[in-house]
Ligand binder design. Structure first.
Ligand code: ATP
Length: 326
């Protein structure tokens, strides 16, 4: 009821009467009033006028199950939301949900992670009150070797969502980091449970530095936030909902074609490495080349110094600029 009341308040320019809300939810006026009071204590500015009703004046950067659900407008992506003020890792929790049979599209969101994870056992800095940590559970009918493409689908979706919500020119650093002005604002971690020929589930975790005001010394050079780059605070729940909307769209294109052909152009347009010299860091093998773009299956095409084109498979590889992170 709270999420529905919020969306109703958001959809009206004017006022919604208490009577209207009572009828909609078949509850008493006191019950409606209690929800409104609760919303106020969470930071929403709601004006109550006699004989007219309630009006939402201002939404703060609230992250809660109700706020996220009231903004989600998808068919399945993020339709079931589990929200935690604090968690060890949203990916770890989503994997547990996957083992327990939870639905495709379930979304785990937290305000803080105590053990946020990056790729290959690295840590993801996850303070409270400013960032997005979310993991979506997927049950795709694809083979395990197609799964790495899903990370690119998410990178494309989040980059588009950031552009739409903030107007900032977010770019993708292949395969799945998002950068703004050459610094990292978002990282992703895909994990899965598979048998030899099929997938039980995939979990894609996304960490976005949204309203972060400062970073620990060791991250300063490489990391930034949407706030630090744009000077504006952003409502995290809106960015979550828009990311889910974009993800549902691109995911369905991916499932229809079985590859990235339908979004290859969109992805390459946002690819920060495109037409740049890059350093490819494979375990035990590092070399320079010129990045061309991704192919239909998400490999990065790189023209090596000897003129040969290498197709680089995301996995154990890292890509850097020749002189820095990008
Ligand atoms: P790769 O190109 O191999 O993916 P990466 O360094 O970007 O390299 P990830 O696993 O995506 O690797 O992310 C983990 C790394 O990101 C950490 O080792 C740290 O350097 C950096 N990092 C950790 N927390 C944050 C954060 N909140 N924002 C930006 N960068 C972070």
């Amino acid at each position: 009821m709270k999420a529905k009341i919020l969306s109703m308040l958001r959809e009206t320019d004017g006022y919604i009467s208490g009577q209207q809300l009572c009828e909609e939810f078949h509850v008493s006026r006191t019950a409606v009033w209690k929800v409104i009071e609760q919303l106020k204590t969470e930071g929403y500015k709601i004006e109550a006028v006699r004989n007219r009703g309630y009006h939402l004046e201002e939404t703060p950067d609230v992250m809660s199950k109700a706020e996220i659900e009231s903004l989600i407008s998808t068919k399945w992506a993020g339709c079931g939301v589990l929200y935690f003020p604090e968690i060890d890792s949203t990916n770890t929790y989503a994997k547990r949900l996957g083992d327990g049979g939870a639905d495709h599209g379930t979304l785990v969101v937290s305000d803080k992670q105590t053990a946020g994870k990056g790729r290959r056992g690295r840590a993801w800095e996850s303070p409270s009150g400013s960032s997005i940590y979310m993991s979506i559970l997927l049950r795709p009918e694809i083979t395990p070797n197609q799964a790495p493409m899903l990370t690119l689908v998410m990178a494309q979706s989040v980059a588009q969502a950031i552009r739409k919500i903030t107007g900032e020119e977010a770019m993708i650093k292949w395969p799945n980091d998002i950068v703004l002005n050459k610094k990292k604002i978002c990282g992703m971690l895909t994990e899965m449970s598979t048998e030899i020929a099929w997938i039980n589930y995939v979990v894609i975790g996304v960490g976005i530095n949204v309203n972060t005001e400062s970073f620990p010394e060791e991250l300063n050079k490489k990391a930034t936030s949407l706030y630090l780059e744009s000077g504006r605070k952003i409502q995290r729940s809106q960015l979550i909902a828009e990311s889910m909307r974009q993800f549902e769209h691109y995911y369905e294109l991916f499932i229809e074609t079985g590859n990235l052909s339908a979004m290859q152009e969109d992805y390459n347009r946002l690819l920060v490495n495109r037409d740049r010299d890059v350093r490819i860091m494979e375990p035990g093998n590092e070399y320079n080349g010129h990045a061309i773009g991704i192919n239909e299956t998400g490999e990065l095409l790189v023209c090596k110094e000897d003129g040969q084109i290498a197709e680089i498979y995301a996995g154990e590889v890292s890509v850097r600029g020749i002189y820095g992170y990008v």
